[in-house]
Design a protein around this ligand. Structure first.
Ligand code: DQA
Length: 144
């Protein structure tokens, strides 16, 4: 059974009330439910974490070695700022897929740059909760 670590970055705990015009009304809980359904169909197991703290996310990625076969990550605002998360992904030796609810390339200029994209297998952005599902499916395909 493939074991996947799902990491939700900062402020994603606020989904549902946070900028609904951008992120819709979907809650993190409902995203997690959809992910678990999709994982069950593929006979994969998920461990899901949310953190608002950069160092904690770095620790999660670093500790994933030997415990998980893939990482699905929405680094949220850290996408655009965190060399530490980028380096953790590059160094952990586990394939990762980056996802975003919104299309970061159609928003503010500062969101157009992802420090994480060059070190992941691929990125899915702009499809709301489907970004996560598509990202998970692609990650599992890759691991098979
Ligand atoms: C986000 C996009 C980021 O720019 C933003 O900081 C987020 C969410 C997304 O899922 O669309 O917090 O990662």
């Amino acid at each position: 059974m493939k074991k996947i670590l799902v990491i939700h970055g900062p402020n994603l705990n606020l989904l549902g009330i946070r900028e609904p015009a951008v992120y819709g009304k979907v809650t993190l809980n409902s995203i997690d439910k959809e992910l678990k359904k999709a994982a069950k169909k593929r006979k994969a197991s998920l461990t899901i974490k949310q953190s608002n703290h950069e160092g904690q996310i770095v620790d999660l990625i670093g500790d994933a070695r030997g415990r998980f076969s893939g990482i699905l990550i929405n680094p949220a605002a850290y996408t655009h700022t965190s060399v530490a998360i980028r380096d953790a992904i590059a160094g952990c030796g586990i394939p990762a897929v980056e996802v975003h609810l919104s299309n970061i390339y159609t928003r503010e200029e500062f969101r157009k740059k992802s420090l994480v994209s060059p070190v992941v297998k691929g990125t899915v952005a702009g499809f709301g909760v489907n970004s996560y599902i598509l990202g998970l499916e692609a990650l599992l395909d890759l691991l098979e």
